[in-house]
Design a protein around this ligand. Structure first.
Ligand code: MRU
Length: 357
């Protein structure tokens, strides 16, 4: 995939002055492209919680840069290693706790924390030059996390495109595209690659209730890239599949447990069940940073519960449900490994998750 052909700017950018990051506020899409500059940990946590920046890999990248920016800005006068350690852990811990399900957030924080701990070794006092060294190492690690993510997504595109033929009809759910990562996407990366190769893939994008990532984000970015895109409601997949209108399902993932169970946007499991029934291949695409060896099964994955107003009010001109109705609003569900045809990562296409860990 040629860098200069890609039509969208990066969703998380470290600014030139290096004391802030800029994110594309995805809650305003597709109506407005609004960028927000973030310097404070509070603002970053708010942006992650409100899904201004979202998608498992993008959250990880934002967290890594967030740790760098917040620690650099607030810790330069600390001379005691113990005080710096608790200051760092407080910032890292708060950012890490902002969303529980996507493993990339915790994974990126772990990487930044390892860098910090390597820096502390043998120090009894922190001098100015030591702090400059810490800043440099944290910055380098955050940039590495982002660059690795770009490279992994590009390779997922290369690997996944082998499954796509001329005019393939692909159903996707939520947004696992450019807007959810550093560049290209996971589930959408093979689609962009196919488009570049002239294969003219046709994508059915689930609207993805309640936050409409499919309608607002996937349709938006696919259309910017010129991909043939049809928006469908979440309850239309069975109808499409039963008429033989879908050749494959491609979805992203927020955490894959070591037994292969997949946490992804609520509604994914239902699609997998339908795909299995109608004999449609069901592919899960993600970078290896989303595969979590420390989580044994899907039952061990913490599922984020989100506010009720997202279901009853958020995308309606007027509240559409009776006041006081009980609402259940889990952000993700878990698809059993038995329903996954293959996992597509930067390392290849795997029918069994055990070949990945
Ligand atoms: O709640 P969101 O919008 O962050 O959920 C995103 C998803 O479920 C994506 O499919 C997943 O993070 C993979 S993104 C490459």
């Amino acid at each position: 995939m040629e860098e200069n052909k890609f039509v969208l700017s990066d969703v998380v950018v470290l600014n030139e002055n290096e004391d802030s990051i800029t994110i594309l506020d995805q809650t305003q899409l597709p109506a407005k492209e609004v960028y927000e500059t973030i310097t404070e940990e509070e603002a970053l946590i708010d942006a992650i919680k409100k899904l201004k920046v979202r998608g498992a890999p993008a959250i990880g990248v934002a967290a890594a840069f967030g740790v760098y920016v917040c620690v650099s800005r607030t810790a330069s006068s600390i001379t005691s290693p113990d005080v710096l350690e608790s200051h760092f852990q407080r910032i890292a811990g708060r950012i890490r706790a902002s969303r529980p399900t996507a493993v990339n957030l915790a994974w990126a924080i772990e990487r930044m924390t390892s860098v910090f701990h390597r820096f502390l070794v043998g120090l009894s006092e922190i001098k100015q030059e030591d702090f400059a060294r810490l800043k440099y190492s944290l910055r380098e690690e955050a940039i590495r996390i982002k660059n690795e993510d770009i490279a992994m997504c590009r390779q997922i595109g290369e690997n996944g495109v082998s499954l796509i033929s001329q005019g393939s009809r692909i159903l996707t759910h939520c947004n696992a595209g450019h807007l959810a990562v550093s560049r290209y996407g996971t589930a959408l990366a093979p689609i962009y690659r196919a488009q570049e190769l002239g294969l003219n893939p046709r994508v059915y994008a689930d609207e993805t209730r309640p936050l409409l990532q499919g309608a607002r984000l996937t349709a938006y970015e696919l259309m910017k890239f010129g991909v043939d895109t049809t928006l469908v409601c979440d309850n239309m997949a069975a109808s499409l599949m039963s008429q033989g209108m879908i050749d494959m399902v491609m979805v992203g993932c927020d955490r894959v447990a070591s037994n292969g169970d997949v946490a992804n946007k609520i509604g994914t499991c239902g699609l997998a069940v339908l795909a299995n029934y109608f004999h449609v291949p069901f592919y899960v695409l993600g970078p290896s940073s989303t595969f979590d060896v420390h989580t044994p099964t899907g039952k061990d994955i913490v599922i984020e519960q989100r506010p009720t107003f997202e279901v009853t009010d958020l995308h309606y001109a007027h509240r559409m449900a009776p006041e006081g109705v009980k609402v259940y609003n889990p952000a993700f569900d878990v698809t059993p490994a038995s329903l996954v045809t293959a996992y597509i990562t930067e390392r290849g296409i795997f029918n069994h998750v055990k070949d990945l860990f």
